[in-house]
Write a protein that binds this ligand. Structure first.
Ligand code: PAN
Ligand code: ZN
Length: 193
C-alpha cells in the first residue's frame, strides 16, 4: 500500500474543504425520524431546511489510513430540539475519531451499546477524542454554524441503523434560549445490538 503526502485547505469561516472528494448535504427530509417532536417535523418538512453539510477529503493519489473532513451544522431547532447530526457507531467498532471545533457552540453526545452516555462541550479550540465503541452525534446549541474538523480511520465505516432504531438516551433542547439535556422518552435500548 502506497502512502503519499497530500494537503487540503479548510476555509475557517465557512468550514468548506476545497476539492473535497465527497460533500454530504443532510436536510430534514433525510432524517425525519431522528427528531422527537413529529408534529414539528411535519410542520417544517415543507421548508425542508439543510441541517448540516459534511466535506470529506480522501487522499487523491494513493490510499491512506485516515480520512479527513469537516462538518457544518446550521443553527436552528426542530420543535425545541436543536439541529443535529444523525449520529452513528463506526462499522469497525474499535475505530476512534478526533474532532476539533473551529467555531460555534455545540454538544457532543457519546453513547455505548451498554447505554453509558457522556455529553461533551464543543467550542472553538476544543479537541474531542471519541474512543472506539462510542456512537457520536453533534448538536449545534448556538446561533451561528457549528464548524468542526474531524479525522478518522479510512476503513471505519458508518452504522446509522443502530442509532436510528434506539436513539440516544438524552436530547439536547432549547429551553427559553438555554441548552438543556433531557431524557429521551423514545429511547429504546436493546432493540439493536
Ligand atoms: C463525521 C460525521 C459528520 C456527519 O465526519 O460523519 O459529522 O454526521 P453523521 O455521519 O452522523 O451524519 C464522523 O463522525 N465521521 O466518522
Ligand atoms: Zn464518526
Amino acid at each position: 500500500m502506497k502512502h503519499l503526502p497530500f494537503d487540503a485547505l479548510m476555509e475557517l469561516e465557512s468550514g468548506v474543504i476545497d476539492e473535497a472528494s465527497q460533500v454530504i448535504n443532510r436536510r430534514l427530509s433525510d432524517m425525519p425520524s431522528f427528531f422527537h417532536d413529529q408534529d414539528a417535523v411535519q410542520a417544517q418538512l415543507e421548508e425542508d431546511p439543510v441541517l448540516y453539510r459534511t466535506y470529506v477529503k480522501q487522499n487523491p493519489i494513493s490510499s491512506s489510513l485516515w480520512n479527513i473532513g469537516s462538518s457544518v451544522i446550521e443553527p436552528g431547532t426542530v420543535g425545541n430540539e436543536y439541529f443535529m447530526t444523525k449520529g452513528h457507531f463506526h462499522l469497525k467498532e474499535e475505530a476512534p475519531e478526533v474532532y476539533f471545533t473551529v467555531s460555534g457552540s455545540g454538544r457532543l453526545l457519546l453513547q455505548k451499546h451498554s447505554g453509558e452516555i457522556e455529553v461533551k462541550k464543543m467550542a472553538p479550540g476544543v479537541i474531542n477524542y471519541i474512543p472506539g465503541g462510542w456512537a457520536h452525534r453533534t448538536v449545534n446549541v448556538g446561533e451561528k454554524p457549528l464548524i468542526f474538523f474531524a479525522v478518522w480511520p479510512a476503513d471505519a465505516g458508518h452504522n446509522y441503523g443502530a442509532i436510528e432504531e434506539m436513539g440516544f438516551s438524552r436530547l439536547v433542547v432549547n429551553d427559553r434560549g438555554v441548552p438543556k439535556i433531557i431524557d429521551n422518552p423514545r429511547y429504546a435500548p436493546g432493540l439493536v445490538k
